[in-house]
Design a protein. Sequence first.
Length: 321
Amino acid sequence: MNDAPPPHLLPFEIDCAAVPGLGAPDPQRFTSWWVEQRDEIDGRLLAHGAVLFRGTGVSTPAAFARLVRAAAPETLDYVDGNSPRTRIAQGIYTSTEYPAQYFISLHNELSYSHRWPARLFFCCVVAAERGGETVVADSREILRRLDPALAEEFRRRGVRYLRNLHGGSGLGPSWQETFEAADRAAVEAFCGDAEMDYEWRDDGGLRVSQRRPATIRHPRTGDEVWFNQADQFHASTHPPEIHAALSRLYGARPEDLPQHVRWGDGGEMDPADLEAVRAAARAAMVPVGWREGDVLVVDNVLVAHGRMPYEGARKILVAMS
């Protein structure tokens, strides 16, 4: 690897063709190299928040699974996840299956939950014909760009996430998909461990609510980072036509929507404050264009991620550790 560039360059990019011992794309050789270079890769990730490897040859689910097992043996299942995705293999999922024409806003994975992944691994199997970049943003920079008074209000009041999970038929994820379980007792045990309020509904659905902080400190750097999904959970995040359709389906009470967010003390948030959060995130974001065989690893606390709209087929796989 070359000498390190200035701190926080996002992402730090490595062209495998230019690395001695790698050369032409070869997934097995790249996986072995990763294991040998683990400490240096860890250092790059901590310094920059994300590392992009070009031309790895890792372009199939099986090759990606082998890489992830070697790089991060303790992968996480997507339990308590709120995004539509398909499980490919143990610990391997598709990236969020949200309609191609829409932007997926910047977020830290599972920041609304009591347990979140430290790292995310992405692999490009099929690059979109146009668009489809994964966008990343330094979570410290998002916090820095917020009005100090608004940031302090988020620190003081925290965030309460509300979700209505259907029992098998409806919009959004079911509780079975969300918790990867069909047993109510297992779900109740999870909610208890997560300090999550829950209520079984007469229609077979489940309503859950939990309070989480708006910022946290990185366990190794000590940096305070923006770490919540308030702007993404609020109905104002949707394009106007989707917002209107949800209002027609679920009525005027926001707590009846598939997901909603309030201040931690129960007060309703001002959509203008959430738009200020979105503006800060957009100002900090960096697009990462994909090529088949690229691998991106992200520190999930230091860096938020999202997705640009796209055309054509696109298949990005993700694993969490």
